[in-house]
Write a protein that binds this ligand. Sequence first.
Ligand code: SAM
Length: 425
Amino acid sequence: MNVADSQRVAAELEQLGYTYSRQPAEADVIVLNTCVVRQSAEDKATGRLSSLRPLKVNNEKLVINLMGCLVSPKNQDELRRRFPYVDVFSPPSDPGPLIAYLTQRTEQQGQVEAVRMRNAVMDGELVLPHSDVARVSAFLPVVLGCSHGCTYCVIPSRRGAERSRPMDEILAEARNLTYQGVREITLLGQIVDRYGHDLEPQLDLSDLLERLDDMEGLLRIRYLTSHPSFLSNRILETTARRAKVCPHIEVPVQAGDDKVLKAMRRGYTVADYRNLVQKIRGYLPEGSIGTDIIVGFPGETDDQFLSTVNLLEDLRLDVAHLARYSPRPGTPAFRNMSDDVPANEKLRRFRILEDLQERVVGEINARLLGTHQEVLFEDRVKNRWRGRTRTNKLVFVQNDENLTGQLRSVKITWTGPWSMQATLT
Ligand code: SAM
């Protein structure tokens, strides 16, 4: 979501005549887009912000914009005191304050008639690709905010209540992206499978997938993140039937124990999740499944953690995004539960799952050796082309042709847990 937000700011800055710069010291505008989902992300953001201070001292015309979940309506005065060299504060997904500031400044300087080409650098949690290089793959937010209220999660208090974007607006944006050369669109939402349920008339994610599947120029469609309680048969059926919709489902389980799931207020049981994985595999036999897991949630016992280990071992999923529980001010878990699993124990649990998952994914990928896969190539890294299979697995190919944006059939020649190598067929 942050990458999508950064891309949106970049597009708006380009409209004003700015271009991308790789060197913060050369930039006229620096946007630091921040994430606070875990304390470590927040620390990284404030660390980066502090490191920008000398740039402002050397160049007083530099505009620094702090954006994203670090900025909430409640903490702006405190942020202004802590970081007086920041010129503009913007909430998540909102380029408005920066654009208004730059436009007003340009007007004051009497330069409206000829906005000079300037440099803007996007920085922070995730670094943007060079914005004037055609992108093959783009993110498109379709559900903003979240209203689910998982007890550990700070997102609802930072990104606001759940709201779906109108379908026409999304389709227009998707069309625009394909004109610019984008071939793959990933629809984003904290609970993307709730898309349209709040719209009048009510819509469904499958309606959007059908419309996008018909769009000329677009080759692939993905969506994330799904929630186990809302991933309907209709969505899975559409995913299976529509050729451009990729069979890769990101559906976080978070924990393998019912008591922990209840304390997290996730709204499903471990048995529900097991059934769902079986159902997904029924609809998408060639598909892949990703999950998220938090270890060391308040009160998580060793036995409860072992249930998570067993679940991950049994289900053999393709991806597991692992996190150690991080208490976030403003969340129900922060207010009402004690962060009682010691840091070294959280790390121990994290490493057990990490090792298990590395072994499982290594085995899953090894089965792909010698098979033919369809890969959409995105870019070149060093001397190899980088692309992804329909199941979202990373593939590298050495070739002299320019493969950017091409959908090609490859034969897998080497596999590892995190990537594979292949040759064109
Ligand atoms: N909205 C999605 C969902 O409902 O699962 C994912 C969004 S969140 C940005 C990505 C992941 O961060 C979550 O799935 C969860 O595993 C992790 N996460 C969120 N809050 C956390 C916390 N307080 N401590 C550790 N991990 C956390």
